[in-house]
Design a protein around this ligand. Structure first.
Ligand code: HEC
Length: 334
């Protein structure tokens, strides 16, 4: 299932184009564990497009690709090229070693949920199971994403490598345990095709589209009645909300988990779990309704009391990246 929201998220983001629709809310990343295939212990994984299992293991064996495919839409674009098992490059031991490593790295992360048939769907656009070299299937834009040259890392929500088996997404859009080595492989592919680093940088930015729209959206003055009232109730108008934030004035707009959903300056943030109904305006500040999860401050803490006469930002979203209200109000305790 894919939400209508995700269609707009990803068609705007420039990486994806169209998808089937349903109304399920965005599934927040969560950790789950399965018994290890080695027979020893369990392997735990973050169910997220950039979640990883440790190097050499495959995400599809432990992660829930059906969840990942609700975070990003899937549709099928037949991969082109990369189908020659006798590709002379595969006879070169140095190339082959690097290629095998790169493929194994991608198999360890959530990207594989739509780019290998083992995930339960046909590989779209580029196929890790290609009999030849799958890198041939990437466009210049694809190479830019893989080398990180067109990636705006300030807009890419990612895990700290220490929480993700060392997989680092701060230099390439694919999380990898060795960004330099990963990047070098795809830079070499670009060079082979006569594409320069400048040309990669000139590709459309990733992530773009709706991420830019939300990030750059200006915060306006709240309409009368919106904001936190003297009795502590939070008002945002008609929208049914899954995310509610009270922030310091000037705080940047939140993007997605796992790293951009609680920008510095967030005083209180609440999200509704997927199974819960969205919220109706008027909830008391600092309380946790049924099905609500407090993200800021920590679960067992109360947010700081708001100060009389101080300006705050109210940010409310109907679902991930679907802003309903983004405004500033002055708190009046009287
Ligand atoms: C839920 C499915 C899904 C997941 C997971 C997924 N992708 Fe894709 N990806 C797609 C689809 C669908 C396309 C094809 C878009 C088109 O061309 O219409 C695509 C295309 C791409 C392209 C464009 C290739 C080109 O040459 O233009 C890149 C790059 C890419 N994916 C990178 C990634 C990375 C990196 C990850 C992991 C962080 C990832 N994908 C995870 C669905 C997915």
């Amino acid at each position: 299932m894919v939400t209508t929201r995700l269609i707009s998220v990803l068609s705007f983001s420039g990486i994806l184009g169209a998808a089937a629709a349903s109304a399920a809310p965005y599934p927040y990343p969560f950790e789950s564990c399965r018994p290890s295939k080695t027979g020893k212990g369990h392997v735990c994984v973050q169910n997220y497009i950039a979640g990883a299992v440790s190097g050499g293991q495959e995400f599809v064996d432990y992660g829930q690709c059906e969840v990942v495919r609700e975070q990003r839409p899937y549709w099928f674009v037949p991969p082109k090229g990369g189908d020659d098992p006798n590709d002379p490059r595969l006879q070169d031991p140095v190339f082959k070693k690097e290629y095998s490593w790169v493929v194994a790295q991608i198999r360890s992360v959530g990207c594989s949920c739509c780019h290998t048939a083992k995930s339960g769907v046909k590989s779209t656009k580029w196929d890790l199971d290609s009999p030849g070299v799958f890198a041939d299937q990437l466009s210049a834009f694809g190479l830019a994403v893989f080398t990180g040259e067109n990636v705006d890392f300030h807009r890419l929500a990612r895990f700290d490598p220490k929480d993700n088996y060392g997989f680092d997404q701060s230099k390439t859009a694919v999380p990898t345990q060795d960004p330099e080595r990963f990047k070098a492989f795809f830079m070499a592919e670009a060079t082979r095709r006569g594409i320069t680093a400048d040309e990669l940088r000139a590709q459309r930015r990733f992530p773009g589209g709706i991420f830019d729209v939300v990030k750059d959206q200006p915060t306006t003055a709240c309409e009368p009645g919106l904001g936190v009232h003297a009795d502590g109730s939070v008002h945002w108008g008609q929208a049914a909300a899954r995310y509610v934030y009270i922030m310091k004035k000037g705080t940047e707009n939140p993007l997605g988990p796992p790293s951009l959903h609680r920008p510095e300056g967030t005083i209180w943030s609440l999200r509704m779990i997927s199974a819960a109904e969205p919220l109706v305006s008027g909830i008391p500040y600092g309380t946790r309704p049924m099905g609500g999860r407090q993200e800021v401050p920590a679960l067992d803490q109360k947010p700081e009391p708001l100060k009389q006469g101080e300006t705050y930002k109210l940010f409310v979203a109907k679902d991930m990246l679907q802003t309903a209200v983004n405004c500033e109000f002055v708190f009046n305790a009287d």
